[in-house]
Design a protein around this ligand. Structure first.
Ligand code: SF4
Length: 459
């Protein structure tokens, strides 16, 4: 059985979005009222395209092209500020993703932070998260991040072995990654995260472990382990690379064991955290978040929107040029309105796949129904040993916990086996309607993951 079906980090997939008309930000801006809002800034540029990547990014853009992009984002920020003005939105989180945000020059990075500060109110203690890659990580750029109050830097290393990096068509060397990590650690950001990939053709349990051993020796705060997916439009797809799922499973098991023995707590199939702190529940998937730039998604209540999904280089260029020519950024032309059923699915997906899991009490409070009645699949998974009921004592998420007898709260959480099957279980929660919309997109463009089994193909 191949457990690597689809990474469900959000729901629904962007390919299920469609054209919208007559929808304007001003009608939904009240959902960004007051404190606790999220901001996302997308930087769609990379040095070169990695072999496995079909994220929204273009390779080798000139500094002038990046300037033009920032000019467009500045116009977008000004229009958004005007619409948000009556609602006093205060942002407590900023995520700068991409692409490779540090591909921007130093002055462009400074301009990016200035734009945000000029147009949006951020709390003084805001979480500011940014992604980087080894070749773009310089002392000068890290100093700008430090100055801007960045709290978490995430670096894609993927492997500490040159052969594996070359198979992935990554454009840094193991030596450059090591230098960049030493430099990054020397800046003492509150959280440093490093990403690795397993299931690379030619990779072994030992070679993966040697990469992780080196990573652990630099004491990162978090390590993310990603199985290799060859997605539609990515270079490895054209090269005919097919990851070996069984080898990947074995590598995952030994890597997870190794990281746990090295003192990391496993919070999901991908996330390993170096902490002794107790896991805290955080309600996710329903906060409002506004995306700046082209390629990121905004979430305003049940309205989710972004520029149309693009996965090949030429499509990304086309969307980027469209973005730069946009006159009215407040008109929402592509997205989806989630029905209550889809919101339930989203809630389950966003909580079940990460510890401590799905709080049955909070689900009931939010939807006035029982998760078990809405999703009989959950009982099936419990019977099969993929899910278990756990009880947490009070203290986490006080508002609801206090209402429970003895301050206890029941969670449905993945077992070890369930955790390993996250990318197999998650896609089964996709509704038929969303699946049909994804299928329609795939009929025109090709299958996103190459091998998503449809309902009829499920094991
Ligand atoms: S994996 Fe990251 S660095 Fe590589 S092309 Fe994709 S966005 Fe750029």
């Amino acid at each position: 059985m191949n457990p690597y079906i689809q990474y469900m980090y959000s729901y629904p997939h962007k390919t299920a979005y469609g054209p919208l008309s007559g929808v304007f930000l001003k009608e939904y801006a009240n959902l960004l009222s007051g404190p606790g809002q999220g901001l996302y800034f997308h930087v769609p540029f990379c040095q070169a395209k990695c072999g496995y990547c079909n994220l929204f990014s273009v390779a080798g853009a000139s500094p002038e092209a990046a300037d033009r992009y920032l000019d467009a984002v500045e116009r977008q920020c000004a229009q958004y500020r005007e619409v948000l003005a009556p609602f006093q939105a205060v942002f407590s989180e900023l995520v700068v993703g991409g692409g490779t945000p540090l591909f921007l020059t130093e002055s462009q990075l400074e301009r990016m932070f200035f734009l945000i500060k000029e147009h949006f109110e951020m709390t003084r203690t805001a979480d500011i998260v940014i992604e980087t890659a080894p070749n773009q990580t310089t002392a000068e750029k890290l100093a700008i991040l430090k100055q801007a109050g960045v709290t978490r830097v995430s670096m894609g290393i993927q492997s500490f072995l040159d052969e594996e990096l070359s198979t992935l068509k990554r454009h840094h060397t193991a030596e450059a990654a090591e230098r960049a990590l030493i430099l990054l650690k020397s800046f003492a950001f509150p959280c440093v995260n490093v990403d690795f990939i397993y299931g690379i053709p030619g990779q072994t349990e030992d070679s993966l472990q040697s990469s992780l051993k080196k990573a652990v020796s630099f004491s990162p705060d978090e390590i993310f382990l990603y199985p290799l997916y060859v997605k539609h439009g990515a270079g490895l797809e054209h090269a005919g690379v097919v990851p070996d799922a069984q080898a990947a499973v074995m590598q995952y098991r030994s890597a997870a064991r190794f990281l746990k023995e090295a003192g990391f707590r496993q919070d999901s199939m991908r996330r390993f955290v170096r902490t002794k702190e107790k896991r805290r529940f955080s309600e996710c998937g329903f906060g409002s978040s506004l995306a700046l730039g082209c390629g990121g998604r905004s979430y305003l209540g049940n309205l989710h929107f972004c520029s149309p999904y693009a996965e090949t280089g030429s499509e990304c260029f086309r969307r980027l040029h469209e973005f730069e020519r946009t006159k009215d950024f407040t008109e929402i032309t592509n997205g989806i309105f989630l029905s209550e059923e889809e919101e339930k699915r989203r809630y389950i997906i966003r909580h079940l796949l990460i510890y401590p899991g799905l709080s049955l009490l909070r689900y009931r409070a939010r939807f006035q129904s029982e998760a078990a009645d809405d999703f009989p699949l959950l009982a099936e998974w419990q019977e099969k040993g993929y899910l278990q009921k756990t009880t947490s004592k009070g203290g986490e998420g006080a508002a609801y916990t206090r209402k429970t007898e003895g301050g206890q709260e029941d969670f449905l959480s993945l077992t070890e086996e369930g955790l390993e099957l996250s990318d197999y279980l998650g896609p089964q929660l996709i509704s038929s309607e969303v699946e049909r919309a994804m299928q329609k997109w795939e009929e025109r463009h090709g299958r996103i993951y190459g091998f998503i089994p449809r309902q009829s193909e499920k094991l």
